[in-house]
Ligand binder design. Structure first.
Ligand SMILES: NC(=O)c1ccc[n+]([C@@H]2O[C@H](COP(=O)([O-])OP(=O)(O)OC[C@H]3O[C@@H](n4cnc5c(N)ncnc54)[C@H](OP(=O)(O)O)[C@@H]3O)[C@@H](O)[C@H]2O)c1
Length: 250
């Protein structure tokens, strides 16, 4: 019960990495607010939960007015938060020449502007001590085709953690980054590829992962739990890459 009596917010908690983290946090005793974009029934996502331990809020993180509504909901539900896993994000890949203003805005506004203003609006609600974990991507360290906007949005997230680790240290708030490698989630299904293209893409990614498989969302969740709980007090402004060894592959 590493998160007993703790309150936690997990954005993008309806799917993949966020959902696995929510399940782990609940098992560790936290009271959790998860967010997603669509309305969902918590009973469809969680086999076991109690209504005073798990809450849901639907919003679009790319819009500041909706982030303000989220901050209000967090304040009304918990008053303050001990742990924030700011994780909601999308992936879109295209050659630079094919990137429209709309695609650029979607990716930057969801992945970076959304995280930035979520942190700004939540700032008054953090306890002392508190732990903030942001999801970036191991891709920011690689030259992946088509990832100019996506990787830039995630590199900005990684850099934001560096600045905030300094700005917030005196308030007892730690800010760290988890950078997943290719992880088996619904994100792949949202890329608009057909089955053959999707399988080809996964095979190509796996061929560059030394342990021969995609990362599991539960493995990212374990890293987030480490950063969220006691035992990682000296860790702030850092990035933990969880990618099956792909980062170091020659
Ligand atoms: N999977 C990977 O290989 C991988 C690798 C590196 C980094 N990441 C990062 O990991 C994070 C989680 O991704 P995942 O793989 O778990 O993907 P996922 O299964 O598609 O989950 C994404 C979550 O973010 C939410 N979300 C997306 N756009 C949103 C918006 N505008 N407003 C509010 N919520 C929004 C989704 O809600 P809805 O479903 O309701 O839209 C969902 O809950 C993302 O930041 C992603 O960039 C993933």
């Amino acid at each position: 019960m590493r998160l007993q009596n703790k309150t936690a917010l997990i954005t993008g908690g309806t799917s993949g990495i966020g959902l696995a983290t929510a399940q782990l946090f609940l098992n560790e005793g936290a009271r959790v607010i998860i967010t997603g974009q669509k309305e969902v029934a918590l009973t469809d996502l969680f086999s076991q939960y109690s209504s005073d331990q798990l809450y849901y809020f639907a919003y679009d993180t790319s819009k500041i007015s909706e982030i303000e509504r989220l901050a209000e909901f967090v304040q009304n539900t918990f008053e303050s938060i001990d742990v924030a896993f700011i994780n909601a994000g999308i992936a879109k890949f295209a050659a630079l020449e094919d990137i429209s203003e709309d695609l650029f805005d979607q990716v930057i506004n969801t992945n970076f502007k959304g995280m930035f203003f979520t942190l700004q609006k939540l700032s008054p609600l953090f306890t002392n001590p508190a732990s903030v974990i942001l999801t970036a991507s191991s891709g920011i360290h690689k030259a992946h085709w088509g990832s100019s906007v996506y990787s830039a949005s995630k590199a900005a997230v990684r850099n934001l953690a560096v600045t905030l680790s300094n700005e917030w240290i005196s308030r007892g708030i730690r800010v760290n980054v988890v950078s997943p490698g290719s992880t088996e989630t619904a994100l792949f299904q949202k890329l608009g590829l057909n089955t053959e293209q999707l399988n080809g893409m996964k095979d190509s990614l796996i061929s560059n992962i030394p342990n021969g498989r995609l990362v599991l969302p539960e493995e990212i969740a374990n890293t987030v739990l480490y950063l969220a709980s006691s035992g990682s007090e000296s860790q702030t402004g850092t990035e933990i890459i969880v990618d099956g060894g792909a980062f170091l592959k020659v």
